[in-house]
Design a protein around this ligand. Structure first.
Ligand SMILES: NC(=O)c1ccc[n+]([C@@H]2O[C@H](COP(=O)([O-])OP(=O)(O)OC[C@H]3O[C@@H](n4cnc5c(N)ncnc54)[C@H](O)[C@@H]3O)[C@@H](O)[C@H]2O)c1
Length: 422
């Protein structure tokens, strides 16, 4: 059935949700507070890079099922569903800051048609469904929690083929209406109460961050005892209770979600009287991991970073996105700069950065450098010509924080190669 859907916020989550619902045949109006963003989106110019999204947005603007307007009220005035997809940044005390969410809810409160369903897609702490209900102050409108699990870099396919869709509501009919919207996607639908839905989102991200910190801690042990973490992960991963997914060592987790969501989860626990020591350890391991990567570069250049020239491949927090928020690559480079290194970086999706010298060619940034550090797992880095890299570098040192390059090929080509956990 064709529904009228308003999307409030056109970032990674809102734009993907809006475009994909239009693609599934619904009438979608997306709103943002940023007029320039809306003007460009209306012309099919996307503010973010997300594989496959450009094509869907263009096709759905053309089909007439996808429109962009300034202001939440303008989008919501004729909708059956209003999706709140605004940012929920980390507040002063670690808890999620709900200012944007409450403002968006207040804007639509007076225009929502009777029987509309307001859907919380932003990541919000337990109790936020009730917060939105209070702001709306409408007895003829239901609020449903529907946390988003998409991953940047594969957001479109994650939306259309989700592992699961979580719907939290005390109103069975509103929950049924929201689950109908996902009937064309392939995910398991889990209907629960709002507090459980909200907790599922934080628990999922906290667990994923835990997996990464766990494998990074194992990588540190591997380095100390002379084991190879790649083989260790292979060996443990065949145990079905463990699995191979999300156990890749690297420079630590980052991005717009894990850092704020782990802290928010700890704050939720603390407020509820539980000391989440496990998650505290996960954060400590992550902070240490950046230091460990900096120490590797320090070793590579002979112990003194001051004045050393370092070529860096990768700035985004992971491959296939242009998102730099809380990127471990930026954290490592900032630390190298703070210690006096001269860093020149290349990233396929980033042409400039306020604090980092960014070049436009992966080989050019290597010219005369004392070491190359690989920070983001862009597939194209795998296929670059190592002989050419060696010709360009002043000293043949590679620090591969993603275990991305072919270690044997790098050693054969004459590099001193340091990976992670091997
Ligand atoms: N990015 C991800 O990978 C991801 C994945 C799952 C969940 N989430 C969660 O989804 C939410 C949104 O994340 P995002 O990365 O898309 O954020 P974002 O910062 O990319 O986008 C938010 C957008 O909302 C707009 N906005 C703010 N207030 C508004 C208002 N009153 N009316 C209209 N527009 C308004 C902003 O201008 C911005 O364009 C967050 O809670 C985040 O934690 C994000």
């Amino acid at each position: 059935m064709r529904s009228r859907i308003a999307i409030i916020g056109t970032g990674y989550v809102g734009l993907t949700t809006g475009a994909c619902f239009a693609h599934l045949g619904h009438d979608v109006v997306c709103a943002d507070i940023d007029p320039r963003r809306i003007e460009r989106l209306s012309q099919g110019i996307l503010p973010i890079f997300e594989p496959g999204l450009q094509e869907i947005v263009e096709a759905e603007i053309e089909s007439g099922r996808l429109r962009f307007v300034v202001g939440a009220a303008e989008a919501a005035k004729d909708c059956e569903f209003a999706y709140l997809c605004v940012q929920t940044p980390q507040g002063q005390d670690g808890a999620a800051d709900l200012t944007f969410l409450q403002a968006a809810a207040a804007e639509i409160a007076h225009v929502l048609p009777a029987h509309a369903v307001v859907v919380n897609k932003s990541t919000v702490p337990v109790g936020s469904t009730k917060v939105v209900e209070r702001v709306l102050n409408r007895h003829d409108v239901s609020v449903v929690s529907n946390p988003e699990f998409l991953r940047e870099g594969s957001a479109v396919s994650d939306f259309l083929k989700p592992d699961r869709v979580v719907i939290g509501s005390d109103d069975p009919s509103a929950a049924a209406r929201v689950s109908d919207l996902y009937s064309a996607t392939s995910g398991h639908i889990i209907v629960t109460d709002p507090a459980s839905a909200e907790t599922i989102k934080y628990a999922a991200n906290a667990f994923l961050a835990t997996k990464i910190s766990f494998v990074n801690a194992v990588a540190a042990v591997c380095e100390a005892v002379g084991a190879d973490v790649n083989d260790v992960v292979l060996g443990i991963g065949y145990d079905k209770r463990i699995g191979h997914e999300f156990l890749r060592p690297g420079p630590g987790w980052g991005g717009s979600c894990f850092p704020k969501d782990t802290r928010a989860m700890m704050k939720i626990a603390e407020d509820a009287g539980y000391d989440f020591n496990l998650l505290k350890g996960v954060v400590v391991v992550n902070d240490e991991q950046r230091e460990r990567m900096v120490a590797k570069v320090e070793r590579a250049v002979g112990g003194e970073l001051k004045g050393a020239v370092v070529a860096a491949w990768g700035l985004t927090f992971k491959a296939n996105t242009d998102d730099l928020r809380e990127s471990p690559a930026i954290a490592v480079i900032s630390e190298l700069l703070a210690k006096g290194a001269i860093v020149r970086a290349y990233d396929p999706q980033v042409s400039s950065h306020p604090a980092i010298d960014v070049g436009s060619d992966p080989y050019d940034v290597c010219d005369g450098a004392d070491a190359l550090i690989v920070l983001t797992e862009w597939d194209q880095f795998r296929w670059l010509d190592l002989d050419e890299v060696k010709r360009r570098l002043g000293r043949a040192n590679i620090v591969d924080t993603r275990n991305l390059l072919d270690r044997s090929a790098a050693i054969r080509a004459g590099f001193t190669y340091q990976g992670v956990g091997r």
